[in-house]
Design a protein around this ligand. Structure first.
Ligand code: ADP
Ligand code: MG
Length: 264
């Protein structure tokens, strides 16, 4: 099986940053502190997050659980630096990331974290293989991409094999089932060898059996490859597949959740 810790497309010059998990001294990979976020609708302020705090331990699988509308996706956007909080901080491997430069935030999103979503967000005109190669393409200039294209292709093929999708390598999303599309999205999320995977309702659009297969794959990535995973879900039964549940209610964490599995 492929070891995501070894990325053949990473040149020696950028190998030091982002490819090895460098936890803060206490083993925290991501720290969320006092996050506040409101939206404005017709000049009325709608508070969504009202001071959210939690830590994600390196190597753990944590679920963020809460009712629909409780602010889970908003929180994921802030953890991914896709949006900025009104107040509070997000730190990755001990350093503030929420207020980092645009360049640092691009690096964080492209290399240090991976993301998957309920509706996969694959590019419809590309095959599974091409979709998986997209992160290598967008993080490099053309000549740099052409130089690593062959190794990137090999890595993409290995990742497709790891997620059980070799038979769909040259298929487009319209020719794939929901579970297959999510597997392709997982392979794409791993392409640049992230240390943290953020998953927003990864089984939300799948029947329970297919969803179970995706959960098993995420568990395997955590157990065998030590990938740190934050999984967002509104479903307690799914949330319980993680090591720990963090519960969000009315914009606050109401339960930090004891780790109910021993973190390996
Ligand atoms: P969840 O993912 O838990 O279902 P969200 O974070 O998507 O919750 O949304 C939380 C609340 O914020 C909801 O009431 C939603 O309508 C509102 N909201 C989310 N995104 C926006 C936005 N871009 N503009 C205005 N309101 C938003
Ligand atoms: Mg959501």
């Amino acid at each position: 099986m492929i070891n995501p810790a070894v990325d053949p497309t990473q040149s020696a010059s950028n190998q030091s940053s982002g490819t090895q998990p460098i936890a803060a001294a206490d083993g925290t990979i991501l720290a969320v502190r006092g996050l506040v976020k409101s939206y404005h609708k017709n000049r009325i302020e709608v508070p969504v997050l009202r001071g959210v705090d939690f830590d994600i331990e390196v190597g753990s699988m944590t679920s963020l659980v809460g009712r629909s509308g409780s602010g889970k996706s908003t929180l994921m956007h802030l953890m991914a630096t896709l949006d900025q909080p009104d107040a509070g901080e997000v730190s990755f491997e001990g350093s503030r990331i929420d207020n980092a430069s645009a360049r640092q935030r691009d690096f964080y999103r492209n290399h240090q974290i991976g993301m998957i979503f309920q509706f996969y967000h694959l590019l419809p005109e590309l095959t599974a293989l091409e979709n998986v190669m997209v992160p290598t393409m967008i993080s490099r200039r053309l000549f740099s991409f052409l130089r690593v294209k062959k190794t990137a292709r090999q890595r993409a093929e290995q990742l497709l094999e790891m997620v059980g999708l070799t038979h769909r390598t040259h298929h487009r999303p319209s020719e794939m089932s929901g579970g297959e599309m999510q597997r392709a999205a997982i392979a794409r999320a791993l392409m640049n060898n992230p240390t943290l995977l953020l998953a927003d309702e990864p089984t939300g659009n799948l029947d329970s059996e297919t969803g179970h297969g995706i959960l098993e794959l995420l568990r395997k990535l955590n157990d065998e490859n030590n990938l740190t995973i934050v999984m967002i879900t509104h479903d307690d039964a799914i949330a319980r597949q993680a090591d720990r549940m963090v519960r969000l209610e009315n914009g606050l964490v109401v339960d930090q959740g004891e780790a109910f599995r021993v973190i390996r």
